[in-house]
Design a protein. Structure first.
Length: 549
């Protein structure tokens, strides 16, 4: 290893740029501030890369050619306030007749942006930067794809594409491009329906060979390039602009961090497209074809065709806003979390939403109904105490008129189907060793049959709507009077359960007041074994709980 430090601005290949000559394999290289070194070599033939510190600027050459920078020993990094790694600019992308690659040589090394600015600006396609769609169904083995829009003259033979469909992701090479068609060199692994997404992966700036992450930390950089594989694309950081086909096939596309702008074909085919963090703006064709698109985190904004063709478009999270054509073509568009849906136009999902908690929906028409789908909007329209719940079999709304003594309102369930339940779910929690009662108050409308109404305690991991069994169930009496519902339960572990009221009828109403706070009770029987114990109860007669109805 030889230490080599820049003594002037100039070409990397020029001995006059360095104090001890042009860097060779495994050398420790420092680009001193304020020097700008133009990287104009291909390190493919070296036995190893270099240990690189950038305190000045390293810019990829724009003379036609192929350039590869290989890292060795340590992460590519900087220690000053002025270091920058650049290829192309915001206004002038990297030329089409140039190729610049950062190769981490199959190691856990990465580009550390804590004290280094990143400014990578690949040349983007003139058509289909956010992806295109299949216009006809295909079978396994097919090589000819009918697509829209046509990308003839914008995508080219030899380039690689990603094919995203309901969480499945394939990478193929283009053989030829016609008007409205693309022919692949090898056939598809699985059948695809109309609407499957096709994303261009090949870019003229690349990051490869990273087994841990490609980029780490930093702020307000531009990562518009192709980056494949690894544990993560970008770890932490804030305010980066991420596009191109950055972070394809990673464990995590973008993980942690805040305020990133993610678009184009970024974060595709990952296990988790975008995870944790907060305030990200995700648009274009970003986070397509992932097992899970945006996951956890707070305050994401999703629009355009973001998080399409995933197994789950959005999983968990708080305060996300979903709009436009985001989360389309997924198994489930949105699963769990506290989500705002504004003018969202979901299509092609097996289920648009499932198991949402607090949420608000406006200008949104849901489709892809399933028995699991439920949208629960609390503080609806920003009004304290207002609640709206939509489920496949009907909807529920706060009713301040019909209520029982001691309460200011109830939930009025409007039943609309005799084959699928209208339901309201509330979470409850019981501690290990605790015996408690949960329940509420129930009133049937005049035309609703008691046999079609239930109140249940549900283990979310064993939900009857997914083939499981309830923990306990209350069947109401055939009366239109208010009925008190009490379910007694004991658990040997801390458990979160669901208190569910549901009814099935082509028309009619019922009213429900859930009580989700546990009410400790005294039971003289100490022989109750560990595990679940539940009894339908309605009132205490002085010595025992007595079921009514």
């Amino acid at each position: 290893m030889v230490a080599r430090t820049s003594i002037a601005s100039g070409l990397w290949s020029n001995p006059g740029t360095w104090d001890t000559g042009v860097p060779l394999a495994s050398d420790a290289v420092v680009i001193a501030e304020p020097h700008t070194v133009t990287f104009d070599v291909d390190m493919t033939g070296l036995a190893a890369g270099v240990d690189l510190i950038i305190n000045g600027a390293l810019e990829a050459s724009t003379i036609p050619g192929t350039y590869k920078l290989r890292s060795a020993i340590n992460n590519i990094r900087g220690y000053g306030a002025f270091g920058v790694l650049r290829a192309g600019t915001r206004t002038t992308p990297y030329p089409s007749d140039c190729s610049f690659t950062i190769d981490h040589d199959g190691t856990a090394r990465f580009v550390d942006l804590a004290n280094l600015k990143i400014d990578l600006n690949c040349l983007e396609p003139t058509i289909g930067v956010d992806g295109i769609v299949f216009t006809s169904a295909t079978s396994a083995g097919d090589t000819v794809l009918n697509v829209s829009p046509s990308v003839s003259g914008a995508w080219f033979p030899g380039q690689e594409v990603g094919i995203a469909y309901h969480g499945a992701y394939e990478i193929r090479t283009i053989l030829s491009v016609g008007a409205g068609t693309i022919t692949l060199t090898t056939g598809l692994a699985g059948a695809k329906a109309i609407g499957a997404r096709l994303l261009l992966l090949t870019r003229n700036i690349r990051s490869i060979g990273a087994t841990d992450r490609h980029f780490n930390s930093g702020s307000n950089g531009r990562i518009i390039c192709e980056a494949r594989g690894g544990g993560a694309g970008l770890y932490f950081g804030s305010g980066h602009t991420i596009s191109g086909s950055a972070f394809t096939g990673c464990g995590f596309g973008v993980v942690y961090g805040s305020g990133h702008f993610i678009s184009g074909s970024a974060c595709n085919g990952c296990t988790y497209g975008v995870a944790y963090g907060g305030g990200h703006v995700i648009s274009g064709g970003a986070s397509n074809g992932c097992s899970y698109g945006p996951t956890y985190g707070t305050g994401y904004s999703l629009s355009g065709n973001a998080a399409n063709a995933c197994a789950i478009g959005v999983l968990y999270g708080y305060g996300h806003v979903v709009s436009g054509n985001a989360c389309n073509g997924c198994d489930t568009g949105i699963h769990s979390g506290l989500i705002k849906m504004r003018n969202w136009s979901p299509a092609g999902n097996y289920a648009d939403v499932a198991y949402l908690g607090y949420c608000m929906a406006s200008g949104t028409a849901l489709s892809g109904d399933s028995q699991e789908r439920i949208v629960d909007s609390r503080r609806h329209a920003g009004v304290a105490g207002e609640r709206r719940v939509w489920s496949p079999g009907g909807f529920a709304a706060t009713d301040p008129i019909i209520k029982t003594a001691g309460f200011i309102s109830s939930l009025k369930l409007t039943l609309q189907l005799s084959t699928v339940p209208c339901r309201v779910d509330d979470s409850i929690f019981i501690q290990a060793g605790q015996r408690a009662i949960f329940g509420g108050y129930l009133k049937l409308g005049a035309i609703v049959q008691a046999a079609h109404v239930r109140v249940q305690l549900i283990d979310p991991m064993n939900d009857p709507l997914r083939g499981g069994v309830f923990v306990s169930e209350f069947i109401p009496a055939a009366t239109t009077e208010w009925q008190e519902v009490r379910l007694l339960i004991t658990s040997d572990t801390d458990r979160e359960l669901t208190l569910r009221c549901l009814g099935m009828a082509a028309s009619g109403n019922l009213w429900w007041i859930p009580e989700t706070a546990p009410k400790p009770i005294r039971i003289s029987d100490t022989s109750v074994p560990g595990g679940w114990k539940a009894t339908m109860v309605n009132r205490w007669n002085g010595s025992a709980w007595v079921a009514v109805g």
